[in-house]
Ligand binder design. Structure first.
Ligand code: GLU
Length: 518
């Protein structure tokens, strides 16, 4: 495994999303790994918005990206919001910077003007498909059949340019050459240029495409490490050639391509729609799209804690080399190392993120959990003081997976109108024991200490003296108070709900029992 070289360099890494919609969880993982490397080495973490493809631009996407990463605790040192010495940090605002490099490439014979119309390209592609036994591209085999500055005379070219004919500038790839580079995660990687096409690097309106803009900006922004998803691996061959052709090889960043994130069953790449299909979020925040099919619920809105999400994402392709699983951001920064990132795809295991969330919620105070639930309680139409809500959250926190579970599981803490497990009640209820249960209600009503353990002893003594077993009485008591056999400690629950209220609930159950169908 090639070791990362960081000795005399200040690390500068960038997260470079295109604002084409909500940021998929894979993007958050990429941002996280960049962030961890930067912070570990006191480096700089940069946000660069790659918005040169105006057709794919989606309003609101940039704000979403910034907000989502801030929610995750990933804050940038340089970017469109905070500025910095290498701005602007939106490529559309850097448009004027790219043409000179495209010109340089043309001067040196590494790029050329292409004047092919969309129709002629379409037509040629069909022809190539029949002629060549591989996917047809604009490359060394075909470029001489096309209308470009390699096939036209210098006069024709300048006339075409001055008459305003539409053009693009294409990279002139060597006919057949192995382009090699070292990837920190994958080791030696090689692509033969015969498999790659003459990418468009600049369009007639002066807007660069991804490849040119990405390389020029990495160079101008002094990026030292490019950490991105595996899907960009073959583009790297184009990028390496651009560094060579522009004579920037000595400052070429090191590359690290992160493994794919796979569906929970390990079969194929996790897609945006898998979230909807599998009933789990795959986005950090919810996204409302004009097209309802493209609207998604995020981890935040589903009630996850951002630290748990980050902890989970860190393990998608990385491992610390130890058994430790729970890591704070600070611990991740210390432990993170690209040499522990795997090549193979990482399975997105929804049970695992739930497990992480449970661990994080267990460690939160009642107040902290309550702050995420207050609005949900209001929406449900319930009233609860801050103090009471915090106490409920504290009591329930070991049993919940996400914040809204407090509302789902804790109805009986907030209203008298809570669901009751009548089937179980019918199985346990014996009308002959009515007086004993009545006595229990009275015991609660007359009790005047707030120590739940004392109450537990008193109730158990009472049951023992009544001659019944605990199993005959406690389930009845629990259903009266909470409606269900599941739940936290019964006596703490009674204390929290209140002794008088609990007494009334038992009383009501006794009354209701007389209407029970046989
Ligand atoms: N704009 C590319 C993206 O959307 C950036 C890829 C890279 O990091 O070079 O992911």
């Amino acid at each position: 495994m090639p070791q990362i070289q960081i000795m005399h360099q200040t690390i500068r890494v960038r997260f470079a999303p295109s604002p084409t919609g909500a940021l998929h969880i894979g993007g958050v993982r990429t941002a996280l790994f960049n962030y961890l490397l930067a912070k570990k080495h006191n480096g700089t973490f940069i946000l660069r918005i790659e918005d040169t493809d105006q057709n794919r631009f989606v309003p609101g996407a940039e704000d979403y990206i910034i907000e989502a990463l801030a929610w995750c605790g990933l804050h940038f040192d340089e970017g469109p919001m905070q500025g910095g010495p290498y701005g602007p940090y939106r490529q559309s605002e850097r448009k004027h910077m790219y043409a000179q490099f495209a010109d340089q490439l043309i001067q040196k014979g590494h790029a050329y003007y292409a004047f092919d119309s969309a129709e002629s390209l379409e037509h040629k592609r069909e022809e190539w498909k029949l002629k060549f036994d591989h996917s047809a591209t604009y490359n060394a085999l075909t470029r001489l059949e096309m209308k470009n500055s390699l096939t036209m005379s210098a006069e024709e070219v300048s006339e075409a340019l001055s008459s305003g004919q539409a053009y693009t500038i294409r990279l002139k790839m060597p006919a057949s050459e192995d382009v090699r580079f070292t990837d920190i995660i994958r080791g030696e990687v090689s692509f033969n240029t015969s498999e790659l096409d003459d990418k468009i690097i600049l369009k007639g309106d002066g807007m660069p495409t991804y490849h040119l803009a990405n390389v020029v900006d990495d160079y101008l922004m002094k990026i030292t490490h490019v950490i991105r998803g595996e899907e960009w691996l073959s583009s790297t061959a184009h990028h390496v050639l651009l560094y060579r052709f522009l004579e920037w090889e000595s400052v070429m960043p090191q590359f690290a391509h992160l493994p794919l994130i796979l569906k929970p069953d390990g079969k194929g790449k996790l897609s945006k729609r898998d979230g909807v299909k599998l009933g789990m979020p795959v986005f950090p925040l919810s996204w409302e799209d004009p097209n309802p099919e493209d609207s998604f619920v995020g981890f935040k809105e589903a009630g996850f804690d951002p630290d748990a999400l980050i902890n989970f994402l860190a393990f998608l392709g990385w491992n610390p080399g130890t058994e430790q699983e729970i890591f704070s951001m600070e611990e991740l920064i210390q432990a993170f190392d690209l040499s522990h990132v795997s090549k193979g795809g990482a399975r997105f295991d929804f049970d695992k993120i739930k497990w992480f969330n449970q661990q994080y919620l267990k460690n939160q105070s009642g107040e902290e959990i309550a702050s995420h639930v207050t609005l949900l309680i209001k929406d449900a139409g319930w009233n609860a003081s801050e103090e009471y809500l915090a106490a409920v959250c504290y009591l329930l926190k070991d049993r919940i997976t996400v914040y809204p579970d407090i509302v789902r599981d804790g109805v009986y803490f907030f209203t008298e109108d809570f669901p009751k497990d009548t089937d179980t009640f019918k199985k346990k209820w014996n009308p002959e024991h009515k007086n004993i249960i009545q006595g229990l209600a009275d015991l609660l009503g007359n009790w005047n200490s707030d120590d739940s353990t004392e109450l537990e002893h008193a109730v158990k003594d009472y049951i023992a003296n009544s001659g019944l077993g605990l199993g005959q009485v406690l389930p009845i008591l629990r259903i009266a108070i909470a409606g269900t056999l599941k739940g936290p400690d019964l006596f703490q629950t009674v204390m929290l709900i209140g002794l008088r209220k609990s007494q009334a609930r038992i009383q009501k159950l006794i009354e209701d029992s007389s209407h029970l169908p046989a």
